[in-house]
Write a protein that binds this ligand. Structure first.
Ligand SMILES: Cc1cc2nc3c(=O)[nH]c(=O)nc-3n(C[C@H](O)[C@H](O)[C@H](O)COP(=O)(O)OP(=O)(O)OC[C@H]3O[C@@H](n4cnc5c(N)ncnc54)[C@H](O)[C@@H]3O)c2cc1C
Length: 330
């Protein structure tokens, strides 16, 4: 529904509940952004939008379908003086049980992709899935994304995190990223502008929003060969990592030259559990939600692992997972 008005329109949707069942009257406010099909909703649970399947509500949530709607959402947040949090596929996030204040902008509906068979240049919107793109590229005989097939994030999240696996990473293939700056202007950055290093970029912690990325892949290979390599990487993941339970992948950055998983395993923590959060028996750098975990369980387990590894190895493990919202240190 689009309502044309000079200002954002607040629609009071009064849900009259059945008095006989003694339920309460609930007032919901939905905000329609003028000139767009964009709706900002209050109190949207984020648990279904994160790979951990935990977390409280976003105070406000919107999932724009195009740049105009994205810009309008940002303008609205600014006009209300509320903070913005960007959510990709939520596969590297731990959202607090209390939720997130301000406006959460989900990029999942920002979708398009163009793969040029002549040049191997691939331009994709921020909300596209990285593993889907890897399969699409493989089918066309484009080499360069086979390593990414087990990373369940969006293009935007991967560009920000410098996602990587099997000796490949985003920095190796990124030509440029289109970014919406906090002042509302669109700017194109090259890979060298983004300060890429192991699982990091200078987009992390910034207020910028990645809207699309262009990757240089290598066209002209035999699709059967690229598909076979992609499949091999996927199968390797499925046998060595716990893909059967909700997680965020690796919780800690590897403190080179060590592997975080090895340090945790040697500290005797494989299988250790707090509430319904467990150090995965298959891979110690994964914390899995065994069903019904809270964000607090996961947070407390992260702290416990950090303390144990510090005691055992005198090494401070740094979380790779991004924690959003308020967490209380027990
Ligand atoms: C089973 C599993 C396996 C994994 N394996 C790997 C692996 O091998 N290698 C690896 O690197 N990672 C891995 N991950 C972690 C995760 O998938 C990656 O970090 C991924 O790149 C995150 O993308 P996302 O879209 O889910 O981002 P989110 O988790 O939604 O967000 C991550 C950060 O990026 C920001 N962000 C997201 N989109 C944008 C945007 N468009 N503009 C600006 N900021 C944005 C968010 O605000 C947040 O700070 C794994 C996760 C799981 C669950």
């Amino acid at each position: 529904m689009t309502i044309s008005s000079a200002d954002a329109y607040v629609c009071k949707n009064i849900e009259i509940c059945d008095r006989e069942k003694k339920t309460v009257e609930v007032e919901r406010q939905v905000i329609y952004l003028p000139g767009t099909d964009c709706v900002i909703r209050p109190g949207v649970s984020l648990a279904g939008f994160t790979s951990y399947r935990v977390g409280g509500p976003a105070e406000w949530y919107v999932a724009p379908r195009n740049i105009t709607a994205l810009e309008a959402s940002i303008k609205y947040a600014k006009s209300q003086g509320i903070q913005i949090t960007v959510l990709g596929a939520g596969s590297n996030l731990l959202v607090s049980d209390c939720g997130i204040s301000g406006l959460v902008i989900g990029t999942r509906h920002l979708r398009y992709s163009n793969l040029d068979p002549e040049t191997g240049l691939v331009t994709v919107a921020a909300g596209e899935s990285i593993p889907n793109l890897a399969w699409e590229a493989a089918k066309l005989g484009f080499e360069g994304l086979e390593w990414s097939v087990g990373i369940p994030g969006t293009v935007g999240g991967a560009v920000v995190m410098n996602a990587g696996a099997h000796n490949g990473c985003i920095a190796d293939i990124l030509v440029s990223a289109e970014v919406l700056l906090s002042d509302g202007t669109l700017k194109t950055f090259t890979a060298s502008d983004l300060g890429y290093a192991y699982r990091t970029s200078n987009l992390q912690g910034s207020k910028h929003i990645v809207t699309q990325a262009t990757f240089q892949l290598k066209p002209g290979a035999d699709p059967a060969v690229v598909l076979a390599t992609t499949k091999q990487h996927k199968e390797h993941r499925l046998t060595t990592q716990p893909y059967d339970k909700p997680s965020c992948g690796s919780v800690f950055r590897n403190p080179k030259p060590y592997s975080a998983g090895w340090l945790i395993e040697q500290a005797g923590l494989k299988g250790y559990q707090i509430g319904k959060a467990q150090v995965a028996p298959r891979h110690a750098n994964f914390i899995v939600n065994c069903g019904g975990a809270s964000a607090c369980d996961i947070f407390n387990l992260i702290r416990y692992i950090q303390n144990s590894v510090q005691e055992h190895w005198s090494i401070a493990l740094e979380p790779e997972v991004k924690m959003l919202g308020h967490f209380q240190i027990a």
